[in-house]
Design a protein around this ligand. Sequence first.
Ligand code: PMT
Length: 222
Amino acid sequence: KNNQQLSGKRVLITAAGTREPIDPVRYIGNRSSGKMGYALAEAAAVRGAEVLLVSGPSNLAVPPGITVKRVETAAQMRDAVLAEFDNVDIVIKAAAVADYRPELPSEQKIKKSDNTLTITLIKNPDILRELGEKKKPHQLLIGFAAETQDLLVHAREKLIKKNLDLIVANDVTLPGAGFNIDTNIVKLIHKNGDIEELPQLSKKQVAEILIDKIYAMMTKST
Ligand code: PMT
């Protein structure tokens, strides 16, 4: 079996969570560790792809042969992704991007004073949706959906609204799935409506299966 199916392909993968500053020492973040995205980067590189990993803060080692661009905020992730989008064939967005950021981060550390503190948040750009609008016919766009209820309904909505070829839906309330663990339980929803349910697997196995599906999608459309 040819294991270099992705040779000559450029793959952009986003991983880990963004951090949105509140003041110089505090941020709004989420529980994404980068495990899912880094596993995908490794699986794509092993198959011969040229991989660019755009990563939020993560303690994980970058697998060999992968170019990494480190970012913190959603705005920085957007800049890094848009700078490369025209040059890549496949994008996989495993990152957990903050939907909102503090509107006016304080320049100084916020002092403890009143009993309540209100921080106004403002909407971040939806990076994946922008990519969906710019996507060229030769490009494949794969998103993730992290849901706590009505998994398939919400994931399908994202697939359509963001013009994706495939969405990987994880119910992050299930033990063995989601944030900051080594396994995941996902459903792959294709744009034609087909759904494939995978059992609990290591994130590395999920990544390998996903890369195989992407290869199959590429060969079907050429
Ligand atoms: O990193 P781990 O600890 O291994 O955890 C893995 C994971 C749970 C983070 C991963 O499997 C996952 O589900 N990633 C997507 C998390 C997420 O933010 O989902 P969402 O449903 O909020 O976003 C949907 C899609 O739009 C995602 O592909 C996301 O990258 C993208 N998005 C979201 C908001 C935004 N402003 N811009 C985006 O591009």
